[in-house]
Ligand binder design. Structure first.
Ligand code: ADP
Length: 404
């Protein structure tokens, strides 16, 4: 079966005409395509009339979708941008996941958003999540963020998910970290193929959880330039078009930082709350404060801070405070945020992550002793409590009164 890539897009646009009669492919400036979604940028020199651009955008959508239909390629999201000489966006159109039944006819009658002469405004504006929806069947959605990369955000996401599942919850884990998707490695997904059935992604069933990762949508060998709309499309697709079934918790590993992409992702789903991962050093804390502010600005409850790489236990059994243990905890106190717990630097944790064996972190013999499993279980218990408290505050859950 053909797959969605640059050559596919070029071939699809080779016969359809642009506004000046040239094949559309001649006007193609840039394209990016992943497993089931694509983003293309076109440039028609000298053409600025809104109706003409709109018609050209519709033909572009039609040509790509028709080619996908003929080749049996799953195409769930397509973004077409038309730019002027300076690179400013004159027209943008986006066929989202639910408008893909077929092709030209449906595109004309619309469900899609065609917007002429859009200024190239920044993608994300901090605003509360009021309009964001949930995911049917999923009870609580928790985003895991961090002010910067490398602090252990993915490690904490994976282990929180597995720890919650070991407590008997139905748990999903979604890797939305476009800059460095770690789940394929951390969950040992190397040999697993991504399966899409009737336009729904089948999550991987590993270590007692259901997981999907952006890392399985792109070729790890080929670097992909992620742009806002495309990252957003991939995120929406992963979250909304995965057969999650009934879940108690969906943990989402966000990209690090507070830029447009993590911000837009955090905005696009109704979150029950967010967890912030931080190492103890002052420089990491400063970034974590910014991450906390980002969630608060969006009206998302910060459920707590996790201090990762808090301390190291040497072979001599002594604790070594390499990065200044307690720094993240004090930062949480200062900001009035709950502290979920500390995870020590642990060689077994790193090895189990690299070998895709997250479950091993919960067995003392494969986790370098009792400390790590206990720390991870405590994190999960504290997260359960904070999520329940936030649910009460948000009015999602009602307090239960038991009279005996
Ligand atoms: P991030 O998602 O913040 O970029 P990762 O979770 O990918 O960070 O962690 C970066 C690296 O550090 C990984 O190799 C991971 O195994 C390792 N690591 C994270 N936390 C710990 C820890 N507490 N002890 C030992 N290694 C860790």
């Amino acid at each position: 079966m053909a797959s969605l890539n640059k050559d596919f897009i070029k071939a699809a646009l080779s016969t359809a005409e642009g506004p000046t009669g040239d094949p559309l492919v001649r006007n193609l400036e840039w394209t990016a395509a992943c497993e089931t979604f694509a983003s293309v940028k076109l440039h028609f020199p000298g053409v600025t009339e809104a109706d003409t651009l709109d018609a050209a955008a519709r033909r572009t959508h039609g040509a790509i979708r028709a080619a996908a239909g003929e080749q049996g390629v799953v195409l769930t999201s397509l973004i077409v941008e038309i730019v002027d000489e300076a690179g400013s966006v004159l027209h943008t159109s986006n066929t989202g996941p639910k408008t893909n039944e077929d092709q030209n006819a449906k595109l004309q009658s619309s469900g899609e958003a065609h917007t002429a002469k859009q200024p190239s405004a920044p993608l994300a504006q901090p605003k509360p999540q009021d309009g964001a929806g949930g995911i049917p069947g999923v009870d609580k959605i928790i985003a895991v963020g961090a002010g910067k990369g490398g602090v252990g955000k993915s490690t904490v996401s994976v282990n929180l998910a597995v720890a919650l599942a070991r407590k008997g919850h139905a748990v999903g884990l979604m890797d939305g970290d476009i800059y460095g998707p770690s789940l394929p490695t951390m969950l040992g997904l190397g040999a697993h193929e991504m399966i899409v059935r009737e336009r729904m992604i089948e999550p991987f069933h590993v270590h007692g959880i259901k997981a999907v990762t952006i890392g399985k949508m792109v070729d790890p060998e080929k670097p992909l330039i992620w742009r806002g709309p495309m990252a957003h499309g991939a995120f929406k697709q992963l979250s909304e078009q995965t057969s999650w079934g009934e879940l108690d918790y969906l943990i989402i590993d966000l990209p690090p930082g507070t830029g447009d992409i993590p911000l837009t992702m955090a905005q696009s789903l109704q979150l029950s709350g967010a967890v912030i991962v931080c190492t103890p050093q002052k420089v990491a804390q400063d970034d974590a404060v910014r991450a906390a502010r980002m969630f608060q600005q969006l009206g998302v409850d910060v459920l707590g801070v996790v201090e990762n790489m808090s301390y190291f236990i040497g072979d001599d059994g002594k604790d070594y405070d390499i990065f200044g243990r307690g720094g993240a905890e004090r930062m949480a106190q200062r900001l009035g945020l709950p502290f979920l717990g500390a995870v020590p630097i642990n060689m077994a944790l790193r090895e189990n992550s690299d070998s895709g064996n997250a479950s091993a972190n919960f067995e003392p013999q494969s986790a370098g002793g009792e400390t790590l499993p206990r720390a991870l279980e405590l994190l999960a218990s504290n997260l359960e409590s904070q999520t329940a408290l936030a649910g009460l505050k948000q009015g999602r859950t009602k307090p239960k009164l038991t009279i005996s």
